[in-house]
Design a protein around this ligand. Structure first.
Ligand SMILES: [Cu+2]
Length: 292
């Protein structure tokens, strides 16, 4: 009995803990979506919850109808069945009501879809501050920062401690505290609170650049440049994975996005430019402001 109570308590704590822990990577026994780090994901969360209410109401309604028919209209309870074959009112109702339900799903769904796609320069809230290009390769991601001098690097998954993968060149191993199968050698770094224009393509087969906490999932198609955007409200490291089956090591090309302060981002850009031997360009606006 005591053991049972302990098990139930642990299960309850796990369930409650899932709702509370704000992690940017999937957690063991996680039931819900990852906590939202962007306005995009907040909207997707809202839509998901809204659908859950509709789905639950329909399921409960159908269950009640089934039980009602089984109990009230079985051969024993209802020996002389009704001869009714037709009911205009009923047919009208079961056509119109589903149409209304579908419309109430379609309208918010399309509104979110347009919002996710909306990188309109005329709208201040989704005007891009920074562009990053992600290129999917079998099996890692290359990144370019075209408006920061054009430096580029490749992000490859870190290996498990003590496990050398014979199929891949020797790489760094995960450090304690880093999530295995998600941590990479070179995180992409973005400033907090800035709109990032994410361009996604691929060099060989179709990949997909996806970070659940951002509500971003964009296919990388060879020969095609797809575009999406996100603005992260909280600093931290956010993990994602390639989400389009791309070959044997598809599960081993994760994505790690480090969201930092604007100051730290500038320092990081300067480090990357120095490493790549890029002379930082002075933008026209800065030059004018400094009277050059
Ligand atoms: Cu893949």
């Amino acid at each position: 009995m005591k053991r049972q109570i302990t098990t139930i308590t642990v299960a309850l704590m796990l369930l409650l803990g899932m709702g509370w822990s704000a992690m940017a990577a999937p957690q063991p026994w996680q039931m819900d979506l990852q906590p939202a780090a962007t306005s995009r994901m907040e909207q997707l969360h809202g839509f998901n919850n809204y659908l859950l209410v509709i789905i639950t109401a329909i399921s409960v309604f159908v269950l009640i109808l089934l039980l009602w028919v089984m109990i009230r209209y079985n051969a024993k309870a209802n020996p002389t069945p009704s001869k009714l074959t037709h009911s205009t009112l009923l047919e009208f109702a079961w056509t119109i009501i589903p149409i209304l339900i579908l419309a109430s799903i379609a309208v918010p769904s399309l509104r979110i879809l347009y919002y996710l796609d909306d990188l309109d320069p005329a709208r201040a809230e989704v005007k891009a501050d920074l562009t990053i290009k992600a290129i999917g390769n079998q099996w890692n991601w290359s990144y370019e920062y075209p408006d920061q001098g054009g430096f580029r690097f490749t992000a490859t998954m870190l290996e498990d401690e003590g496990v050398a993968d014979p199929g891949m060149p020797t790489r760094q191993q995960v450090k304690p505290g880093e999530p295995r199968l998600l941590a990479v050698d070179n995180n992409i770094v973005v400033p907090v609170g800035k709109v990032v224009r994410m361009q996604v393509t691929a060099s060989d087969v179709i990949h997909s650049w996806a970070v659940p906490a951002f509500g971003v999932k964009t296919d990388g198609v060879p020969g095609r440049l797809n575009e999406t955007w996100f603005k992260v409200d909280k600093e931290g490291i956010y993990y994602g994975q390639c989400s389009e089956l791309c070959g044997a090591r598809h599960a081993f090309m994760p994505i790690a996005v480090e969201v930092v302060s604007e100051q730290r981002f500038k320092e990081w850009v300067a480090e990357q430019q120095a490493a790549a031997g890029i002379v930082p360009e002075v933008s026209l606006a800065t030059a004018e402001a400094e009277g050059r």
